[in-house]
Design a protein around this ligand. Sequence first.
Ligand code: PLP
Length: 430
Amino acid sequence: MNYYSLNKEAADTSFKDAVIKGLAPDKGLYFPESITPLPKSFFDNIDNLSHAEIAFEAIKQFVSPEIPENVLKTIVEETLSFDFPIVKLNDNISTLELFHGPTMAFKDVGARFMARCLGYFNKDNTNEVTVLVATSGDTGGAVANGFLGVKGVNVVILYPSGKVSDIQEMQLTTLGQNIKALEVDGTFDDCQAMVKTAFLDETLTSKMQLTSANSINVARWLPQLFYFMFAYKQLHNTHENIVFSVPSGNFGNVCAGMMAQQLGLPIKHFIASNNENNVVTRYLDSEKYEPKPSVQTISNAMDVGAPSNFIRIQEIYKNNFSALKENISSYSFSDDETREAMLEIFNKYNYVVDPHGAVGYLGSKNYLKDNPNAHCVFLETAHPTKFLDVVEEVIKEKQPLPEQIQSVMGGEKVAISIATYNDLKDFLLS
Ligand SMILES: *Cc1c(COP(=O)(O)O)cnc(C)c1O
């Protein structure tokens, strides 16, 4: 598959090149040149397919021929070696638990897939790559875990000091080996800005191959379409009108769901559920796209002022505003509403959600007011114990720590403090 840059000023390139570069030379995001829907028989037969078989069929066109089929089979099997259960709250609302991977957030899927692709491309040790990534919390851990020990790949993670949870910090600072953590005196936006500056800095890029493991990278973004199919497999015999409510920040996840729909998955509608960082909610109301600096909330992985993947969504709908509006609704919720939702779900259904999932739940409830025949699936994007402080304070009950979380507690934090872009540059060149 060839990929083109959405800025349309760079040459088309292969999957391999798109993964290694991350961003096109004109700074545009890469997008696949074509999307061929899967045959109807694939969806009719989905009950008989394993997760790895579904994923293999769904992603094959996007990665061939550079990743041979036998290699791809192994990559998807290894990537997906955990569960993706649906938990039904009531007749109209279910949640898809995406937190059963090693770092307990959905980002494990994309990070593990991308790490294995880069590992394969580097099998002859010819393409040494530095993965440079800014995290608001969950990406760092997932990337650290996914890339640990991958040959020829160095990982540098920038995170905002004091603005990620304790567990998230342990997940990205304790692994060692090829993983380095930089603790930035600043916000997530500052971290992201430093990473962007590095990609543009020719004194760096002439000396090293830098790539990104944020959802701008096609190998991180596309595999996120798998679990929309897994959810469909679990629900299609009992429910019609399946709608996904996706707690959204950079809009990579919801955009991957739209790719699943482009492949033919019968999804009725999407809900982009936002916290108070609501540029897309406002856009769908007003047709005016006005990014603004992010504000800090209790659903911190969605504290994004200028969602990087929204441009891919615009591409899917060919910049047709009414076609987009037909297919996606967006609502925005405050921290107080989010806390109330966490408590409501706990009291009504005896189920504990993290703040991001709670925003997804609220989006589902809003949509159902006008669409009572839908079945809304909100994505539970991280395990509630990743946000232990907020969760225990709201439901007033201690939570047991899962094994994946326990295993990082008590590790030794190793991080280098930086404050400016020059600090980052010195580090990369040393
Ligand atoms: C990253 C993240 C999100 C936002 O996903 P996007 O693809 O950036 O929209 C939501 N919830 C959690 C827990 C996350 O880690």
